[in-house]
Every structure is written in C-alpha cells, then in structure tokens.
Design a protein around this ligand. Structure first.
Ligand code: ADE
Ligand code: ZN
Length: 346
C-alpha cells in the first residue's frame, strides 16, 4: 500500500489499534505512585511523601535532573525479585492494551545494586515477566541494561562483570541518566567490552545534550540507535548521516514536554524528522511520570502536529525496523501492520 487514505475520525482509532514496538521505556519509569506506596509498605521503606497524591503533586519538572532526583527516590522501594517482576508485569498489561507487540525495556541495575539489592534479583524478576509476556500476551519482550552516566567508568565495568553470568537474559547495553557533562567518550571502553560479548548497543544522546554527543555515541560507542536525538536537527551534517545510514531515533514526545525540552507538543520536531527521512519512532520513556503510556504519546502528538495516516504507518513500521527483532520476526510484524492498515483504509 503506497498512500494510506483514511477518514480523519478514523486516524485516532488506527493510531491506537495499530501493532507497534516500544523501544524506549525505562521500566523503573513505569512505577506508578500507587505501586510505589504498596511496595514501600510491603518492604517497610519510608518515603518522603505523605500520600500517593502528594507524590504525584511533586511531578512538576524543570529539566532532566529535576526528574531524575524523584525517579531515583521512587525506585528505592524495589528490593526483591518479586518487586521487579510486579513492576514489569504491570507494564506489560498496559503495553498489551496499547497494541504493543514487541518491547525492549531499559533497566538501571546500578540504581539498585548501589542500595545492596542483588543484581540477580533485578534481572531475574524482570526476565520472568518478559517470558510471561511472550507466553501469555504474545508480546516479544527483551531487556537492555543501561549504565548510569553520572557514575564512573569503574562502576559501569563492575556492573558489566556482575551481568556476565546473565548474558542470555538481556540483549544489549544502553546509557542513561544525567546527560550534560557526561559525554559518551566516558564509556568508550565499557561499550567496546560489551560489544565483544555480542551485546547490542544504544545510548541516550541529544535529549538535552549537543549534537556532538550524538556523533560520539555513533563513532565512539558504535551504537545502533540513538535514544531521543531531538537535538540532531541543529546539525544538518548529522541529519544527513542519520538519514543515509538509517540510524533510528527513539523519540519520546510527552517526556520532552514534561522535561521542558520543548514548551509544547505543537513545537515538537517529530513531523520535521519524518519529513527529513529520519527513522524516528514514538516511545513513552517514563510513562508513570510523564502523563501517559505509548498510545497516550501517539494520540496527543497526533492531535498537536499535522501528522497523517501515512506518518502513523511510517512510525509503526520504523518501530519494528529499529527493533532488535530477527528478520523473520520483523517480517511477521510488518505483515500484521499491513493487515491492520488495510482494515482501516478507505
Ligand atoms: N532515565 C530515565 N529516564 C531518562 C531520560 N529521559 N533521560 C536520561 N535518563 C533517564
Ligand atoms: Zn530515556
């Protein structure tokens, strides 16, 4: 199908119902306030907030760091394998409702191991939920281990070493947390080592940081995808390279507004990205903190920007192309997407 024609009132239903992949979700960012309080009670962890409402009221962020401070406080309630399973399973139920058929989940082990939580509790709980999502929800689910870039190289190396006995349970490494002042070069040797183990590589770059960080994520860390990358449009040579090499960008519209990267969704550059031929995808980042899961990101972004049914189809197709699914799995996902589009076409 070349041009997808659809009645405008059908577009929102198509966007919500189309099969899609989510490639940029921090599983700790899916911890809803209600679950934070339930886990705090179960684990006898005290929180600096009196109630669910008081915690939610604190979700007013001025930049990435102001969010990260609360996000790490929220994650402090996670202690046992069961806690990590419960968090991930709650996400998968929401993913199913949003017609997500493939999900690659980021997790931040250092946030937990630095508090004395065993690495195995983190990964075993998450991995158990992923296996169940595949079995019971028909969601293909994978894990990507993220290094915290505000910590040092030695801590990242120690984390990679702890992860080695679990290599079959996650598919790649990523880089997240405070971006500005922590360029990708800081982790060149860790990423080189991870790639020797056959792990895939991605990195947050160009969320708040400059285009130079995207260049070095590609050239120094040799990543296959850029997480966020919205600052790339400041550098035409970089855009030309990203287009030529079909480097995917995992864009998170609601996150970008909540963290004041853009003042309003109407100012977001997602439509420009697609028009330039960039392999952009839509993702939720930290949905419990930023006002919604994947379909909420799609629906609000389509309301705010002049995006068409063809753009929707491109975004869903890009999400599967950008995933680390096998060629056979991708073919299956494209076929499902095509069948869904034909059902909506007029
Ligand atoms: N960790 C969780 N969410 C993040 C984001 N949006 N940027 C960097 N690190 C993060
Ligand atoms: Zn992120």
């Amino acid at each position: 199908m070349s041009e997808l024609q659809m009645a405008p009132e059908q577009l929102s239903a198509f966007v919500r119902g189309m099969p899609k992949a989510e490639l940029h979700i921090h599983i700790e960012g899916s911890l809803e306030p209600e679950l934070i309080f339930a886990l705090a009670e179960r684990n006898r962890v005290s929180l600096p907030y009196a109630s669910v409402d008081a915690l939610r009221a604190a979700y007013a962020f001025s930049n990435l760091q102001s969010f990260l401070d609360i996000y790490y406080a929220g994650a402090s309630v996670l202690l046992t394998e069961q806690d990590f399973y419960d968090m991930a399973w709650a996400y998968f139920l929401r993913a199913k409702a949003d017609h997500i058929t493939h999900a690659e989940l980021f997790f931040d082990p250092q946030t937990h191991t630095d508090r004395g939580v065993p690495f195995s509790a983190v990964i075993d709980g998450l991995h158990r939920a992923c296996a169940q999502a595949q079995r019971e929800l028909n969601i293909q689910a994978e894990l990507i281990l993220c290094f915290l870039r505000h910590l040092d190289e030695a801590s990242a190396f120690a984390t990679l070493e702890e992860a080695r006995p679990h290599l079959g349970k996650f598919i790649g490494v990523g880089l997240d947390s405070s971006e500005v002042g922590h360029p990708p070069e800081k982790f060149a040797r860790v990423f080189a080592e991870a790639r020797k183990f056959g792990l895939r590589a991605v990195a947050h770059a160009g969320e708040e940081g400059p285009p130079a960080y995207i260049w070095s994520a590609l050239d120094v860390l040799k990543v296959e995808r850029i997480d966020h990358g919205v600052q790339s449009l400041k550098d035409p040579d970089l855009v030309a390279r990203l287009v030529r090499e079909r480097v995917p960008l995992t864009v998170c519209p609601l996150s970008n507004v909540k963290l004041c990267v853009f003042d309003h969704l109407a100012q977001h550059n997602l439509k420009q990205m697609l028009d330039l031929g960039l392999v952009a995808t839509v993702n939720s980042d930290d949905p419990a903190y930023f006002g919604g899961y994947l379909n909420q990101n799609f629906v609000e972004t389509f309301e705010a920007l002049p995006l068409s049914a063809n753009d929707a189809l491109t975004l869903a197709r890009n999400s599967f192309e950008a995933s680390f699914a096998s060629p056979d799995q991708k073919r299956l996902q494209y076929d499902r997407l095509q069948a869904c589009a034909e059902g909506f076409a007029r």
